[in-house]
Ligand binder design. Structure first.
Ligand SMILES: [Zn+2]
Length: 321
């Protein structure tokens, strides 16, 4: 595990390849009114983490958790509060980590007990003929804000374009729910096809589609991100990056080309910071994930930083309080 993290001033920002980032951003900032906005009422101005997980560790339920790693234990709201509060975060969006209705119900019960859980992105079987029933039930809860399927684990690169899956997606708007796209770069083309088909549906791309940061690969991820971002009803989480880098040896500069790409493509009103805690602990601390994005955005106006660190997520997920 990397110990020193001495980039607080992030002076290298000025050494990043010259890019039209600032100009693009300031242009885009003036254009609000994307579908990520709630139809009425300004969102509460809170510092939010748009993406984290909770679990009670149980080997058969979490086969992807490496034994002996930092993830190999239970992580619950009390643990997150201890880490978040000193950093000024007032809440988070808790995202599913298993594909079960039982987990969705459990996350909602945690939200009942912890006000800091402002929203829950749960799982329903979108391919199930009875998906409406599942959505109906979970939507009774005011903190149920979205749905996610672990598409990254689906062997078919065109999984998102399957008829049954799309039928499920077509039901979400009716319940006022967002959809979180958890995919790898090779699935971006299918994601573009999906969002094109559902212009009324709010989508958010998780973890900037997990580019191959460790291998320093940028294409065709970058081109596909630009295409996806052309759809105004798609937002993007600036999250999950350090686990795609060299866990033990990453440096902030590793992320610059990827951050430049998403900031240029999505602009300041469609990006939302997420920690991906506790998964981030495989490669660094909660604080490091926040600092990475804080330092990168330090060059941007305060209003953009506030939007990325809460306002955009609150609007996108229609957080009410
Ligand atoms: Zn995650």
């Amino acid at each position: 595990m990397r110990k020193a993290f001495g980039f607080l001033n992030f002076q290298n920002l000025s050494a990043f390849p010259a890019s039209p980032r600032e100009n693009n951003l300031s242009l885009r900032l003036r254009s609000s009114g994307s579908i990520c906005n709630a139809p009425n009422a300004p969102p509460p101005l809170v510092k939010l983490d748009s993406h984290q997980h909770f679990w009670i560790y149980d080997a058969p339920q979490y086969p992807w958790i490496p034994e002996g790693s930092a993830l190999h234990r239970s992580w619950l709201p009390e643990d997150l509060a201890r880490i978040q509060e000193p950093l000024g975060f007032e809440g988070s969006i808790a995202v599913q980590a298993r594909q079960s209705l039982e987990e969705s119900r459990w996350l909602l019960s945690l939200a009942d007990a912890h006000r800091s859980i402002r929203g829950v992105v749960g799982w329903v079987d979108l391919r199930d003929a009875r998906v409406e029933e599942q959505l109906e039930e979970l939507s009774q809860h005011p903190r149920f804000v979205g749905v996610r399927h672990v598409v990254q684990d689906e062997p078919d690169p065109a999984f998102l374009l399957g008829n049954d899956f799309q039928r499920g997606v077509s039901q979400l708007a009716r319940f006022g729910l967002a959809y979180d796209l958890l995919i790898y770069p090779h699935q971006l083309e299918a994601a573009i096809g999906l969002v094109e088909r559902f212009p009324e549906q709010r989508f958010v791309l998780d973890h900037i589609a997990k580019p191959l940061i460790r291998q320093r690969t940028i294409s065709p991820w970058r081109e596909n991100i630009r295409t996806l971002a052309e759809f105004p009803h798609v937002c993007c989480k600036v999250s999950g990056m350090i686990t795609e880098a060299d866990h033990a040896g990453w440096v902030p500069e590793d992320f610059a080309p990827y951050l430049d790409t998403v900031f240029e493509a999505f602009g300041g009103d469609r990006l939302m910071y997420g920690s991906d805690w506790p998964v981030c602990l495989l490669a660094g601390s909660y604080q490091q994930t926040a600092e990475l994005v804080e330092n990168y955005t330090r060059q941007l106006p305060l209003a953009v930083r506030e939007a990325v660190f809460g306002g955009n997520a609150a609007r996108f997920y229609r957080i009410k309080d």
